[in-house]
Design a binder for this molecule. Structure first.
Ligand code: ZN
Length: 146
């Protein structure tokens, strides 16, 4: 990120005194992640990681670990860590972000099919992550009505 981009980036954050989170106040994706286009990245927290910490190895995800709990809109590089897709899912389960999920979105369905199809997780694990029954997972994967 060059200095112009950095200025633009910094103008879109607000630091939360209590948590130290750099809260993204500009456009956000539906899941709360900040939107920032820079050098092929579109996720603000990834841009932040790349700029302040360093390269993101292929296959790894930039995950949050904010002191006050998971804050997807936070771009403080010191609240970010690298993990696998599995870490990401387990992290979400641990932090209970999926607990209140009542209905699955189309993206969830795609993600379930993809995660199972690429053997990242078993049906039982997906059921826990998405807060649904294993039978539902099985129906989703087989393409049946769920
Ligand atoms: Zn944070």
């Amino acid at each position: 990120m060059n200095s112009d981009s950095l200025d633009r980036f910094l103008s879109k954050i607000e630091i939360d005194d209590k948590t130290g989170c750099w809260v993204w106040i500009a456009g956000r994706f539906k899941d709360g992640y900040g939107q920032f286009s820079c050098e092929g990245e579109v996720l603000a927290h990834r841009v932040s990681y790349l700029h302040f910490i360093g390269p993101i190895p292929e296959g790894l995800h930039v995950l949050h670990n904010c002191p006050s709990g998971d804050n997807p809109s936070c771009v403080n590089p010191y609240h970010l860590w690298l993990g696998t897709h599995r870490d990401n899912m387990e992290d979400k389960v641990r932090k209970g972000r999926q607990k209140s999920r009542a209905k699955l979105s189309l993206e969830d369905i795609d993600m379930i099919k993809h995660t199972y199809g690429s053997k990242i997780m078993q049906q039982g694990e997906l059921a826990v992550v998405y807060g649904i029954s294993q039978a539902q997972v099985s129906r989703i994967i087989s393409g049946a009505r769920w």
